[in-house]
Unconditional design. Structure first.
Length: 174
């Protein structure tokens, strides 16, 4: 069974430590995601090209931009503009989910994207409120119980908060 495990990191350095430790624990970069508010600070995000995401949040995709440090190594990094919330930086599978069909959930925005990833609405709303106050959402895809245990240990060792495990929805083949 495929799952994703999420946690909140309070600072940029804590998020970077979590991502680095997930990589050291054997998780591929392509399975790690981070979402955080773009504050215009020390993160240098490159050229943003605006696109329309179907019925979801207004999005942008970065072409050739980097966030710097460990987070800059994650796949699919880019900016997403969320109406009423402002600009966020997303990397990894979260970027695709928030930019694509999952963002079209009835509640819209971050909440809709997270619900589309299998997070219960109550947890999704809690994560959104934590993101609004400058926190980082870190997640990793897991394939089995051993992966889940390793990820949870990494989150715990780095002080990750609000850890949630979700089952990923299977998309039927066409």
């Amino acid at each position: 069974m495929s799952n994703s495990i999420f946690c909140i990191a309070k600072t940029h350095s804590q998020a970077e430590n979590i991502v680095q430790d997930l990589q050291n624990a054997g998780f591929p970069v392509s399975d790690i995601s981070v979402l955080y508010p773009e504050t215009g600070g020390r993160r240098d995000v490159g050229h943003v090209v605006a696109t329309k995401a179907p019925e979801g949040i207004a999005t942008g995709a970065t072409t050739g931009g980097v966030a710097g440090g460990v987070l800059g190594l994650l796949a699919g990094i880019g900016a997403v503009a969320i109406p009423g919330l402002g600009a966020f930086i997303a990397a990894g599978p979260l970027m695709a989910a928030l930019s694509g069909a999952a963002a079209g959930a009835a509640t819209g925005g971050i909440v809709g994207g997270l619900i589309g990833l299998g997070i219960p609405e109550v947890e999704a709303r809690h994560y959104e409120s934590r993101l609004k106050t400058g926190n980082y959402l870190v997640s990793v895809h897991t394939d089995d119980n051993d992966d889940e245990d390793r990820a949870e240990k990494v989150f715990e060792a780095n002080g990750g908060e609000d850890v949630v495990k979700t089952s990923e929805a299977k998309v039927p083949a066409k």
